[in-house]
Design a protein around this ligand. Structure first.
Ligand SMILES: Nc1ncnc2c1ncn2[C@@H]1O[C@H](COP(=O)(O)OP(=O)(O)OP(=O)(O)O)[C@@H](O)[C@H]1O
Length: 793
């Protein structure tokens, strides 16, 4: 009896197998006849029953344009470059063929990886995974979500059982490199969603390595709203005669019809108020706000939460923990009204339902990124609005938008509706030290993001009004942006180097002309040649090199009218260290003052020979040559005429010599200073010893400022971030020691000597517990307490 039942079972499964074979055969034969023009419903496609069932259950009945146009080609096994507007259903355009390819190849669990879907962000991978789960529910394939931030070990063990893998590039490559279970040798299809992003510079190396590991015989499907047409990209993927299917190529606009787009010109320091006012005026809407860096998103979220706008606020950015990221993604998807602050990780592909507004608070990198960001609203036949906020210096992007067929109108902000929150922010930051640090980081990272943008026609870091921006964030004093200062210095130095070279050449020419004909009258212009040396260090009149650099970014060279006598060699050479000290800015020297100085210092001005009409020397302005080469050159009367090359060489030798002399002088000065400082300390110590009626007190128990201030709570690396305030009074090495310029920096070591203070000291010891962070006092209070003690000592 049992035998009979078994036989029937075997017979049944054989019959089923046969029928599947027949179904597959029929499906495959129908592929050739697919005509997009005759397709009205998904059922009109030759699709397998499980796929059709999955689509129907999820209320997908009618294919969108990109689905209708591309699915036929994909089913026939051709390579595709699919382009369609945002929100037009590209995900199903590749997921349906993926399921069908596996089905028609009778793929089973044991056969390993068949389809690889790569997307640039984790959230997008997750979203695709969820869609696949829904429409593929009646299939018998296994799918895996392979993204960073998840349990690597868990993924590692299960990877070989995965038929469809949805992944981000980094994690995929990690598995390819490290996981012996990863095997893609039988892979049938590769999909790149947001293909242009996957193939752009940010992922270039990773993607190249991934592609190198993939089998060359495979089908490749690329999809994006802004599809790549780069031959280089296509060559990288070794596409096989791909079909470029751009369904909206002929449409008037490249953005969805239901999307109303506007832009607004706004000063950087007005952005915070603008955002606040916007939120207050759209409390019943679902709004997505894009900013250019994680730290901005973090700060705006934190501070605006404190101000309680009356709607729920959320934040999504890359540095967040993966679990939190997913929770925020889910939460915003479900919300009817809410404001999500996000970086560009939310710009592509994410399909949050019913977003009313997309606000691009910071200018997007380019027109393509604009399209993706704005495309988070007005998805699939819905309507939505988009607002682009531009600085006056960023208007050049409008031309790019126009070229991309993006219809965008200018709107003006209604000043009556703008509510400034600056005072509230200032008050909040004054009370909340952590928030203040967050604001400082946001400030720096915004500037950094502008600085790093490729398109310098749109992004001009020099045009940013940074001080006002800092104030608008609630910061009383703008944080110092070290990388910018360095960059400005380097830029300045380069500029000066060029100018100096040009000057040298002019000088060569001039001196050659002089020598050509003594009888010719030379004008009495200030000699330009010696500018080169002084110019490159720019000691004149200004000992604050930072300020000088700032000015030079916006002004043309200031030294066109430098009086001749000011052009002194070695004048104020102590400033060469670029020490951003708080010295008072010196007034420009008058000619008389310079002359006085020259006499005092016995410095000879740079002179040049001037002749009168008869050829007599009126003023000998020739600088005495100092280098050996120059001396020989000048003494060589036999050379007869001018050798420009030699003259140039001579000038270079002079320059080298000048610089050498200068360096020596600086060194000597430093040595001198050190010596003086040593003597000073010695003297102070001796004084202390003689006046003290109590033994010296070791201050090592005071809180280690590095421990307190040097680390950030998030543990993120903050190479660009310097909490030291822009007072310019502290050397960089001390920057993390003291938190605010409100606090005077105590002397390095001062001894508590007075008996009267011992009680206070004891109290202070008690106040500041062993754990320096656990003092129970704020940083400023800590500092002030210590300072009071020191002052009274
Ligand atoms: N045939 C269809 N019928 C009904 N709804 C659909 C159909 N195809 C897609 N959609 C819906 O349209 C929305 C947008 O689809 P999808 O996310 O695939 O767009 P997209 O073109 O990939 O957008 P983006 O360029 O922003 O990534 C989704 O909510 C999806 O469920």
């Amino acid at each position: 009896m049992a035998n009979k039942r078994r036989k029937i079972k075997i017979f049944k499964s054989k019959k089923k197998k046969e029928s599947i074979d027949v179904v597959i055969k029929n499906l495959k034969e129908s592929y050739e006849q697919i005509d997009p023009n005759t397709i009205e419903k998904f059922e009109d496609f030759p699709l397998s029953a499980p796929t059709l069932k999955g689509l129907k259950e999820n209320k997908y009945f009618v294919p969108t344009e990109i689905q209708r146009e591309s699915i036929g080609y994909s089913l026939r096994g051709e390579d595709i470059l699919g382009a369609a507007k945002t929100g037009s259903g590209k995900t199903l355009a590749f997921l349906i063929p993926v399921l069908e390819i596996l089905y028609c190849n009778k793929w089973t669990h044991t056969e390993g990886l068949a389809a690889l879907i790569i997307t640039p962000t984790r959230e997008l991978a997750y979203q695709i995974f969820e869609t696949l789960r829904k429409i593929g529910i009646h299939h018998d394939f296994s799918a895996g979500l392979i993204i960073g931030g998840k349990d690597l070990k868990f993924e590692r063990k299960r990877l070989d059982q995965c038929n469809i893998m949805i992944c981000t590039p980094g994690r995929l490559l990690q598995h390819m490199d490290e996981n012996p279970l990863f095997d893609c040798s039988n892979m049938l299809v590769l999909v790149l969603d947001e293909a242009d992003r996957c193939l752009d510079m940010g992922f270039e190396n990773t993607m190249n390595n991934i592609i190198d590991n993939l089998p060359p015989e495979r089908q490749t499907l690329l999809f994006s709203a802004t599809q790549t047409k780069s031959v280089k990209d296509l060559a990288r993927l070794s596409l096989n005669d791909p079909h470029f299917i751009s369904v909206h190529e002929a449409s008037e606009h490249s953005t969805p019809t239901g999307l109303v787009q506007s832009y607004m010109v706004c000063e950087l320091h007005d952005k915070m108020s603008l955002l606040w006012s916007f939120i207050k005026n759209h409390l019943h809407h679902k709004v997505l706000v894009f900013m250019s860096s994680c730290k901005q998103v973090k700060y705006f979220y934190e501070i605006l939460c404190k101000l309680r706008p009356g709607t729920s606020l959320l934040a999504l950015y890359g540095a967040m923990h993966q679990t939190k990221r997913m929770a925020v993604y889910e939460s915003f998807s479900k919300k009817q009204r809410s404001v999500l602050f996000a970086t560009d990780i939310a710009a592509r592909g994410l399909d949050f339902p019913s977003v009313n507004w997309v606000v691009q608070l910071d200018c997007p990198e380019n027109a393509n990124e604009y399209i993706h960001r704005a495309g988070r609203t007005a998805r699939f036949q819905k309507s939505g609005e988009s607002l682009l906020v531009l600085l006056p210096s960023e208007l050049a992007i409008l031309e790019q938008l126009k070229n991309k067929k993006i219809p965008i109108q200018e709107i003006k902000v209604n000043p009556n509706k703008l509510t400034s929150v600056q005072r509230t922010l200032e008050a909040t930051l004054a009370k909340d030290h952590i928030l203040k640090e967050s604001a400082q980081r946001a400030f720096v990272s915004y500037i950094k993001s502008v600085f790093l943008m490729k398109d310098k026609n749109v992004f001009n870091v020099s045009a940013l009004k940074t001080d006002e921006f800092a104030t608008s964030l609630g910061l009383a004093i703008p944080p110092r942006v070290r990388f910018l200062q360095k960059w400005k210095k380097a830029k300045e130095a380069k500029k000066k180097e060029k100018e100096s070279l040009a000057q040298t050449m002019v000088e060569d020419l001039n001196s050659n002309l002089n020598k050509l004909s003594d009888s010719e009258i030379l004008d009495d212009e200030p000699e330009p040649s010696r500018l080169s040396f002084n110019d490159s260090y720019n000691f004149n009149n200004d000992d604050n090199s930072d300020e000088e650099n700032d000015n030079l970014l916006t002004l043309k060279r200031k030294d066109h009218n430098i009086p001749e006598a000011e052009n002194l060699e070695y004048e104020e050479e102590e400033d060469v260290s670029f020490d951003i000290s708080n010295k008072k800015k010196k007034k420009p020297l008058t000619k008389a003052a310079v002359a006085k100085k020259m006499i005092k210092k016995q410095i000879k001005p740079n002179l040049k020979t001037v002749f009168d009409e008869t050829g007599e020397v009126v003023v000998d302005r020739t600088k005495t040559r100092v280098s050996q080469f120059a001396k020989e050159y000048e003494n060589n009367d036999e050379k007869g005429g001018i050798n420009i090359e030699e003259a140039k060489q001579m000038m270079r030798a002079e320059d080298i010599h000048d610089k050498k002399l200068f360096k020596e002088k600086v060194k000597a000065k430093h040595k001198d200073e050190k010596k003086k400082a040593k003597e000073e300390t010695k003297r102070a110590e001796m004084e202390d010893e003689s006046s003290s009626d109590e033994a010296s007190v070791d201050l090592s128990w005071l809180p280690d400022p590095d421990k307190v201030y040097g680390k950030h709570e998030s543990g993120e690396s903050e190479d660009d971030f310097n909490p030291y305030i822009n007072s310019g009074s502290e050397p960089e090495s001390d920057r993390s020691d003291y938190e605010s310029s409100n606090i005077h920096r105590p002397p390095k070591r001062k001894l508590l000597t007075n008996k009267k203070n011992s009680n206070k000291r004891q109290k202070l010891k008690e106040d500041l517990s062993d754990d320096p962070i656990d003092t129970g006092l704020s940083l400023m209070e800590d500092e002030e307490l210590v300072l009071k003690m020191l002052d009274t000592s």
